[in-house]
Design a protein. Sequence first.
Length: 165
Amino acid sequence: MTAAMPRPSVHGADDLPPLVRRARPQDAPALHALSLAFVRSGALRPRGIDHYLAHAGEFILVTGRGRAPVRGALALSDEGGGAAVLYNFCVDRGSQGQGLGAVLLRAAFAEAGGRSVREVFTATVSGAALFRRHGFLPAGPERAPAAWAAALDPARGSEVLSRRL
């Protein structure tokens, strides 16, 4: 019988928990750089740095302490009518498997709840297991906010998921 490998801690080398914060416009280059590997793999749609500048306030990011780089991020867009959309969710490849995705999702849920959001939607071409572990269920695009659902590229084969808060 083999012992299970313990999951690496979300804490950094300094044993401090990661810092979760709202992105600022000056974070746009780091957010853009973080997303590039995921764009190349097809997991994320390409977005120019102008998007990250214009929508910095939608992004929640996780870093180490001090001047540590951005290790993960996601955006939470309020779509009105009690609905919000999570998009551009990515965790640096070297930081995956450490629970940072869960940290980001919990922060997004807390923020969404504070905004009176009742349901959060996302679309994924991979990683549905992580979303399902956090309460997301399959939802057809017809249930999602219309403008967001209309912008989904059917050629990407995205799975639309939702979670009620």
